[in-house]
Design a protein around this ligand. Sequence first.
Ligand SMILES: C[S@@+](CC[C@H](N)C(=O)[O-])C[C@H]1O[C@@H](n2cnc3c(N)ncnc32)[C@H](O)[C@@H]1O
Length: 446
Amino acid sequence: MSTKRGRRRKKPLPEEPIEVEITALSNEGRGIAHVDERTVFIDQALTGERVQFKYTRLKKDIAEGRTVEVLKASSLRIEPKCKAFGMCGGCSLQHMSSPAQIELKQAMLLDQLKHLDVMPDEVLEPLLGPEYGYRHKARLGVRYVHKKEKVLVGFRERNSSFITETDRCEVLHASVGEIINELAECINQLEEKRTIPQIEVAVGDDQTVLVFRHLEILSDTDRKILSDFCRLHSLVGYLQAGKPDALELLYPEKVEPLYYELPEQNVRIEFQPSDFTQVNPEINKRMVSNAIEYLALDENDIVLDLFSGLGNFSLAMARRCKQVTAVEGSLVMVKKARDNAELNNINNVEFFYADLYSDEVLSAPWIKQKFDKILLDPPRSGAAEILPTLKKMKVKKIVYVSCHPATLARDAAVLVKQLGYKLTKAGIMNMFPHTGHVESIAVFEL
Ligand SMILES: C[S@@+](CC[C@H](N)C(=O)[O-])C[C@H]1O[C@@H](n2cnc3c(N)ncnc32)[C@H](O)[C@@H]1O
């Protein structure tokens, strides 16, 4: 192969496309075929299709490939909206119709649960939201490509560190997604165009922020180019030379903090661009409301919110119950969550710092409190470490929000088989359309 990817390999991959029948779809949405007794996982191929593919990886028992031509298409195939689809690592399912994506994600969740023999009594209707322009958070890579004599801005290519060449991004909020080309041209005009590694995007309810990370001091001319760009596109611009939170406001001269609202609970959450916030605000609003409904909160409930971040669930739940204890592993987030409680005039929530993966929780001040209900929203690695501690609490209901079905299933098996809970409900939420990420929610009851 004469591409840069090919040159990196010791053994060149076969050049000739190979024709195969796709017999199944893998968990991440790749077509499965069998060639020479090897299983091949093929990007952009659907079950029942006949495709030509080229190898992108070839090992003894396993191989990966990418579709180069579809000879017989599935009825589930649609034309991807993005021209860079296939190359860009941002999306992997744009060739599948929306119902097929949802079905795939639901199967991914249910397969994991079934594998560990913990099926829910009720499979929830998938929570659906906008399919494009939904993404309010992103870290865009920036690179000056000498050969092309220009700057590229975007997500990384699939399985590579190169930046995808693209004019626009369909899943990113339109205020940035529609001007990727202009953004790249703007960076291209800078004297320091080679030393801007990334641009962080954060969209709040009333403003879009770009944080330009820079490795060298920027001249006045460069600063003016960036600030003119922000003015022209009604964006807020920050410079970031050091730590993620050490931001220098570039444009405009004064600005209000970023925020989003949860209207049903009358909560406003302020955040900084690098803080964790749920990427899809439409789904987030309904996810928070659904979690409150599944917990069946009332004014007597005392609730524990673990992995509480900026207070997304805690503050909303505090409006519907007696008291919330929220625990989070980042001190900075705990401080911001407390500020958010004050901002909302919410006095029945207490935020604590703790590493929920360590034994230090055993001596935490909140551990001996009595709780009625628990909300869990861990990172991808799940909540296994904290589950033995929950055993003694014997709460009536647990709502578990997960961004990784495998760890959810693993933890569900512990909750059901060791802690005696019933898995009463589980379902997916389409937080990340067109990507392989699966967000789900599960309800456990004693
Ligand atoms: C998926 S986010 C959820 C945040 C919040 N519930 C929300 O909806 O915005 C997971 C949170 O877990 C926190 N976290 C990660 N590792 C942790 C740990 N070991 N102990 C406690 N919190 C941790 C992260 O800082 C992050 O805020």
